[in-house]
Design a protein around this ligand. Structure first.
Ligand code: MN
Length: 259
């Protein structure tokens, strides 16, 4: 017998997919979701589902309404045209449809106070969605940038640099320390911070590696990949627990439970 109470104990977390081509004999376009995100959400007590691309805004609104929380995942670069950038030669892996879908969902999640965690590309999407800008390529443009792009060179849990954490932030409450070692799998970063965000973590070169929206129940962005560090540092799983906890608090009551 189904216990209706179970429906309200695991919040439904929508995780953004990316677009790729299957490696089958007859290659076909597919939507993918890296398994480490799914495992981290599940380990934190959430029920993950994948949000595909290519959907129109009415469909995305319906999906977001059913979700209790959202995970904006990593991926390729955002089209610089979305933030007034002019260094298109420095970017790669542009997917205009993914930009459209994620910028829409980030803005909707802000307006609706829907809890979300934004990782790497997601952290950048959040900033651009709210009017911020990016460095198209840190090593080319950002003064005194350290190396942030360890993509493909070392294991994804390689702890490349520390971030210092602003004490009065949600991030500080979650991590529980004033500094933490993180992985670094990005070549871009936040340049101008969006007006509604505050910076919560900084790399040694000053790059903003954490953001949050103070007026929102849980709008947290990190430039690193905590899903690859949950077995190295338990506080990285706490980021996902933070999302799941906020999503649970946000969860709409089941219609059958309303008297
Ligand atoms: Mn970094």
């Amino acid at each position: 017998m189904m216990n209706t109470h179970d429906l309200t104990t695991k919040p439904l977390i929508g995780c953004m997919a990316y677009r790729k081509t299957s490696a089958q004999t007859y290659p076909a376009p597919v939507f993918g979701l890296t398994t480490s995100y799914v495992e981290a959400i599940a380990e934190a007590g959430g029920a993950p589902v994948m949000i595909p691309l290519g959907l129109d805004e009415p469909a995305l609104r319906v999906i977001l309404t059913r979700l209790d929380g959202l995970l904006l995942t990593g991926g390729g670069d955002i089209d610089p045209a979305e933030y007034g950038g002019d260094r298109a030669e420095l970017v790669h892996d542009i997917d205009p449809d993914r930009d459209r879908v994620e910028l829409f969902l980030a803005r909707e999640a802000m307006v609706r106070h829907k809890p979300f965690l934004a990782i790497c590309r997601g952290h950048q999407i959040l900033n651009v969605a709210l009017g911020g800008t990016l460095y198209e390529d840190l090593m080319t443009i950002m003064p005194r940038a350290i190396k942030h792009d360890f993509f493909g060179e070392l294991p994804r849990n390689y702890q490349a640099h520390e971030v210092t954490i602003r004490p009065e932030s949600k991030l500080a409450a979650i991590i529980g320390r004033s500094a933490v070692a993180v992985n670094s799998l990005h070549h871009q970063g936040i340049r101008d911070l969006a007006p509604d965000l505050v910076a919560t973590a900084f790399a040694p070169d000053g790059l903003i590696e954490g953001v949050e929206a103070p007026a929102h129940p849980f709008a947290v962005g990190v430039q690193w990949h905590p899903e690859n560090l949950i077995h190295d540092n338990p506080s990285m799983l706490d980021l996902f627990r933070g999302l799941v906890g906020a999503a649970l608090a946000n969860q709409a009551p089941e219609p059958s439970l309303i008297s």
